[in-house]
Design a protein around this ligand. Structure first.
Ligand code: PLP
Length: 405
């Protein structure tokens, strides 16, 4: 069978309508958007202006508050390092959450090495940050609170509107990494009281290597890159015009189709979950099922060896609850924060449904998992023949104790 892509949290296919919008900007419209004295520059600048408006509209922002970057990693670095540096007189305390993406956690590590104090807040068993936990963490000298909108592994939606109010009441700025939420669920930086917001095109059917940081007017940050003073001095470097045009078109499409697409994703996601439930016992969803992205499912399969599960899924592209590094697979820090055991974490799969998935693909994935998991759980599994220390003893799955939501 042809491989099935269900890893939409890692990246998404560029929508063909986005590709079509980009193509002329590799060809006849090759000007530099900063060239002010000829038509080549004006054409590029006009296209960037339109894209900036489209990206701003997707998040309820004003176009001038949108800074184009190379992606959410850069946007997060700019938000955290830029604000902490520009606010040295106010304090050096930064608050974030232990389930954040590495593109938040690693800049926090760097800032801590450079003298900042970073608080990593725990989450509840359902993956959500309890607002009272944030209230208790704030203190004089807290400069910034950074909480992701939607989690990239378990898809849970943090209560950002409530959290931003708490941050503001504590005189701190509020940043959110919305790389997974943007284009999938409604975002309104004005309504939600957000001061800084990161997003990236390749998670919303646009190209890789382009993203944006929303910076509310009046918020000052030190740039990461100094140079020609592009993006009002906040991010120097000639703009990647074709990618920005694609980002704009992708944002437009997401906004126009969001309601229909979300409904379709919920239908596909429910089809997947109900199908798996009908086919297998001993499975559980990780993270809140109600405060969740429409297209995410993260499932633990009790009593299954995680390595074998992934090895058996050659034709289905999903992610596991363990991040691959060159030599070993580390269990997910997100599932760990929910209280999921290391073994259960390895036996967990992240499904990221998307615009191009079909009912038939969902049905194939259900059937693939039914037969694979049944085979792996069977005491006479052929996989058991090679003696593996990680292999659970027969019957081990019976008293498997998984206390997640
Ligand atoms: C993908 C992702 C990022 C990184 O985005 P890039 O554009 O690849 O740098 C950051 N945060 C979250 C939550 C993500 O899902």
């Amino acid at each position: 069978m042809p491989p099935i892509y269900m890893d939409g949290h890692a990246t998404t296919r560029v929508d063909p309508r986005v590709v079509a919008a980009m193509v002329p900007f590799f060809g006849e419209h090759y000007g530099n958007a900063a060239s002010r004295h000829h038509q080549f520059g004006w054409a590029a600048r006009d296209a960037v202006t339109a894209a900036r408006s489209a990206v701003a509209a997707l998040i309820g922002a004003t176009a001038r508050d949108v800074v184009f970057t190379s992606g959410a990693t850069e946007s997060n670095n700019l938000a955290l390092k830029g604000v902490m540096d520009a606010s040295r007189e106010k304090g050096n305390h930064l608050v974030t959450v232990c389930t954040e993406h590495r593109a938040i956690l690693d800049p926090c590590t760097r800032l801590a090495q450079q003298g900042a104090t970073v608080s990593y807040l725990p989450v509840r068993e359902d993956g959500l940050l309890d607002p009272t936990t944030l209230t208790a963490a704030l203190r004089p000298g807290t400069v910034l609170v950074s909480v992701m909108s939607a989690n990239n592994e378990i898809g849970v939606l943090q209560p950002v509107a409530e959290l931003s109010q708490i941050a503001r009441a504590g005189d701190a700025l509020f940043h959110t990494d919305a790389a997974q939420a943007a284009g999938k669920v409604p975002i309104d930086v004005a309504r939600d009281g957000i001061d800084l917001l990161s997003l990236t095109a390749h998670k919303l059917y646009g190209p890789k290597g382009v993203g944006a940081l929303f910076v509310r007017r009046g918020v000052t940050l030190t740039p990461l890159l100094d140079g020609g003073g592009h993006e009002a001095g906040r991010r120097s470097g000639s703009l990647n015009v074709p990618a920005i045009v694609g980002f704009g078109r992708a944002a437009e499409l997401c906004q126009a189709e969001m309601a229909d697409e979300a409904a379709r994703m919920i239908r596909l996601r429910d089809r997947l979950w109900h199908g798996l439930q009908g086919a297998l016992t001993g499975i559980a969803v990780n993270g809140s099922m109600s405060a969740r992205l429409p297209h995410n499912l993260n499932v633990t399969f009790d009593g299954v060896n995680g390595e074998q599960l992934l090895l058996g899924l050659v034709d289905v592209a999903v992610s596991s609850g363990a991040a691959c590094t060159s030599t070993r697979r580390d269990p997910s820090h997100v599932l760990e924060a929910l209280g999921v055991s290391e073994r259960a974490s390895r036996a967990s799969l992240r499904f990221g449904l998307g615009r191009f998935n079909t009912d038939a693909e969902v049905d194939t994935v259900i059937e693939t998992l039914r037969s694979l998991v049944t085979r792996l759980r069977s005491p006479v599994s052929v996989f058991d023949i090679d003696e593996d220390d990680d292999e659970p003893p027969p019957g081990w799955g019976d008293d498997f104790d998984l206390e997640v939501n």
